[in-house]
Design a protein around this ligand. Sequence first.
Ligand code: 6PG
Length: 253
Amino acid sequence: MNHAIHTEPDAESLAAYARDWLVELIGARHAASDSAKFSLALSGGSTPKRLYQLLAQLPAGSVNWQRVLLVWGDERNVPADHADSNFRMVKENLLEHIDIPEENILAVPDPGGQPRSVAEHYEKLLRDRFEATSSGFPALDCVLLGMGEDVHTASLFPNTTALQETHRWFVENHVPQLNTWRLTLTAPLINQATDVAFLLSGSGKQQALEKLWHAPYQPELYPSQLIRPTTGRLSFLVDKAAVENVTIPVECR
Ligand code: 6PG
């Protein structure tokens, strides 16, 4: 597995770097084929908001959104117009500002209902749009991830059932520590991606990175440790505050 780390001075320059990194990735994929669409799984939370805003502010034509498929890496099980909805966050900061066909926006249908049926509905939608490889999972072009202070990523939280999933693509996950249901891509699906990138900003990420990189392998406790792309590239796009006082792992140097 190849790792890459890129450190920017601050949150704003990190968002700009991540924008340019993504634009280049999408452009390269489009250039390599006449018709291939770039499949991008979006992260929720607050960190990627600025990235989405900067993508939205690009001059028309910088990204051929007609050939980009957007997937949600995880979702809160709330209606799409709820303040906590990742779809709503992406809609307000990106979708409303770019020329992307409706059919390219693969959002979780009818979130907020019975968690298992919402998850199954989304998995069916994903299976209708993406071919599985011999692994049994689709190889998305890029999965963007954040990470919480408890080393969760997407909605793969410590000591939750989704961490054990080995067959399903997208699952409901009860998170007792938040007393809520979440919906998430599973680790085996994320690990089939060509590029997986953690976008991490701020000193609040230092402890989690320390555990991710240097604690013994205990994914039940540190779920982000599950993220080990099978053949793809794992990138850490971080700002200085996130890695200050953290030893960069050898494989990232
Ligand atoms: C979510 C995210 C979640 C997020 C981390 C970090 O739905 O909240 O998918 O995994 O990436 O909690 O969140 P921040 O970017 O807000 O620190």
